[in-house]
Design a protein around this ligand. Structure first.
Ligand SMILES: [Zn+2]
Length: 447
C-alpha cells in the first residue's frame, strides 16, 4: 500500500439548501421531477434490453430523442438521465463481479430485473441547468423553463457559496414528510496541501458510550461530551421499535419507517455537534482517532445467548452507535478548522498506563470508571486514559511524518510486522505534561 497521504485537499462537503418555492413553482418542480423519474425508468428499461449496458454514449443515442419528445425533458436533463442510469448499472455489475470472486453464498441479483427508480431525485449540472444568482437565489431548470428560487442553509455553507467555492454535482431531494424540496450541492473547499509544520498541537479523541467522546491534548486540556442524553433517546427508540414490531400491522410498519428516519437524523445531529465541538476547541491540530474497524471487536464482547440482559443492552447501544459517521464527519470537517484527522491503532488504548506503560486489563478494575495502574498506582478517569494514549500515538504519527516526510495513516491490519513494531513504539510512550512529547515534536518541527 502507498505510504503517501491521501491528499486532504480540496475537501468536499455537501450543503443542504432549503428551497422556498411558490405554489406555482412547486407544481412546476413536481411535474419536472415526476417526468424525470419516468424518464429514468424508461432509460433503465432500454439499458436492460440492450445487454444491461454501462455505455453512456450508446444509451444516450438510444433514448435521447424519446426523452426530449415523450417526456419533454430539457436537453441537459436528457443527458443526466443516461449518465445516472449507466452509473447505476455499472454499480450493479461491480457488485455481481465481487460476489463471484469472494464466493459469497448468495448470488447478487441486482441485474436479474430492470432497475427501478422510485424516489424523487433529479441531478442538476452547475452552470448548465442550475446557477447561483445574486441575493441568495438559485436558478434551476424545469419543464416549463427556468425558475429563480430563494434558498436557506447553514451560515458556513452560504459563506462558502458566496466566496465562490467550486460547485460540483447537485441533487434535488424531496422530503416527503415535510413536503419540502432541498437541493444537495456538493462544494469543493480548497484547504491547501497539508504539511506537518502547519499543525500546532496533537489531540486524542476517544469515542465511547458513557461519553460520546473524550478528547485530550498534551497541555492537559480536555473535552468531554456526555453520551447520556443520546443513550436515553436510543433506549427509548429501541422500546418503541419492539412495541411496533410486536404489533406488526401495516400502520405499525409505516411508523417503524418514520421512527428509523427520526433516529438516524437524531444520531447524525449528535455526531455533527460533537465533531464541531472538538474541532473548535482544538483547532490547527493533528486529531487522532482509533482505527474504526477494530472498535466493534473491541467493545462488543459476549454476544451469544450467554450474555446477560445488561450485556445485551450494552451491545445494542454499541453496535448502533455510528462510529463510522462520527469519523467521517471529523474527517471532512477537520481541514475546515485547519486540522487533520489521522487514524491510530486501537490496541490496548484503554489498558495501557500512560505514565509507566504497564499494560493489563487489570488496570481497569471491573471495567469501571477509574483507571488505576497496578504497577505505579497512577489513577485517572478511564476515558481520559484512552484519549491520552490516542494523543500520544498521534504525536508519534506526527513525529514520523516530520522525520520521513511521509504521512502514513497507519493501521494496516494486513501488515503484521510493522504493526508489531508500532505497538512496541507505543508501549514506550509516556505521558508527563512537563516533558510532554508535544514539546519534543514541536521543537523538532519548530523554528
Ligand atoms: Zn503505571
Amino acid at each position: 500500500m502507498s505510504q503517501r497521504s491521501e491528499s486532504p485537499s480540496p475537501t468536499s462537503i455537501t450543503a443542504k439548501l432549503k428551497l422556498s418555492l411558490t405554489p406555482e413553482q412547486k407544481t412546476a418542480l413536481d411535474r419536472t421531477v415526476l417526468a424525470y423519474r419516468e424518464a429514468l425508468n424508461y432509460a433503465s428499461e432500454m439499458a436492460f434490453q440492450n445487454g444491461k449496458t454501462t455505455n453512456q454514449a450508446k444509451l444516450h443515442q438510444l433514448v435521447y430523442p424519446t426523452l426530449r419528445e415523450r417526456y419533454g425533458l430539457p436537453s441537459q436533463m436528457g443527458c443526466s438521465v443516461s449518465r445516472t442510469v449507466t452509473a447505476a448499472y455499472k454499480a450493479q455489475w461491480t457488485k455481481v463481479k465481487q460476489s463471484k470472486t469472494t464466493k459469497q453464498v448468495r448470488r447478487h441479483k441486482g441485474l436479474d430485473h430492470v432497475m427501478r427508480f422510485v424516489s424523487r431525485t433529479l441531478t442538476y449540472v452547475y452552470g448548465r441547468d442550475m446557477t447561483f444568482k445574486m441575493g441568495q437565489r438559485i436558478s434551476i431548470c424545469t419543464l416549463e423553463g427556468r425558475i429563480v428560487v430563494p434558498y436557506e442553509g447553514y451560515n458556513n455553507h452560504l459563506a462558502w457559496i458566496a466566496a465562490g467555492a467550486k460547485v460540483g454535482e447537485s441533487k434535488l431531494y424531496y422530503q416527503k414528510s415535510r413536503k419540502q424540496y432541498y437541493l444537495l450541492v456538493s462544494l469543493g473547499v480548497d484547504c491547501g496541501e497539508a504539511r506537518p509544520e502547519q499543525y500546532t498541537q496533537a489531540v486524542g479523541v476517544d469515542v465511547g458510550q458513557r461519553y460520546h467522546l473524550a478528547a485530550a491534548n498534551p497541555l492537559g486540556q480536555t473535552l468531554f461530551v456526555s453520551g447520556k442524553q443520546v443513550r436515553q433517546r436510543k433506549d427509548h427508540y429501541a422500546r418503541r421499535r419492539r412495541e411496533l414490531q410486536q404489533k406488526g400491522t401495516r400502520s405499525a410498519k409505516r411508523r417503524l419507517m418514520a421512527l428509523s428516519g427520526r433516529e438516524r437524523r437524531f444520531i447524525a445531529d449528535a455526531n455533527h455537534k460533537s465533531s464541531c465541538q472538538v474541532l473548535k476547541q482544538f483547532s490547527q491540530s493533528m486529531v487522532g482517532i482509533e482505527d474504526l474497524e477494530h472498535i466493534r471487536q473491541k467493545t462488543e464482547r459476549r454476544s451469544s445467548a450467554k450474555a446477560s440482559t445488561k450485556q445485551k443492552r450494552a451491545n445494542r447501544r454499541r453496535s448502533q452507535w455510528s462510529f463510522a459517521e462520527l469519523h467521517s464527519f471529523l474527517s471532512y470537517k477537520a481541514p475546515l478548522y485547519g486540522s487533520l484527522l489521522v487514524k491510530v491503532d486501537a490496541d490496548y488504548t484503554s489498558q495501557q498506563c500512560p505514565k509507566c506503560g504497564h499494560t493489563t486489563r487489570a488496570n481497569r478494575k471491573n471495567g469501571g470508571l477509574l483507571f488505576c495502574c497496578e504497577e505505579c498506582a497512577y489513577t485517572l478517569h478511564a476515558d481520559l486514559v484512552g484519549a491520552r494514549n490516542i494523543c500520544m500515538r498521534t504525536l508519534s504519527v506526527w513525529q514520523a511524518w516530520t522525520d520521513t516526510g511521509c504521512l502514513s495513516f497507519a493501521p494496516g491490519v494486513s501488515d503484521v510486522e510493522t504493526k508489531a513494531e508500532r505497538l512496541l513504539r507505543y508501549s514506550e510512550l509516556r505521558w508527563s505534561p512537563d516533558t510532554s512529547p508535544g514539546c519534543a515534536v514541536r521543537s523538532a518541527v519548530g523554528h
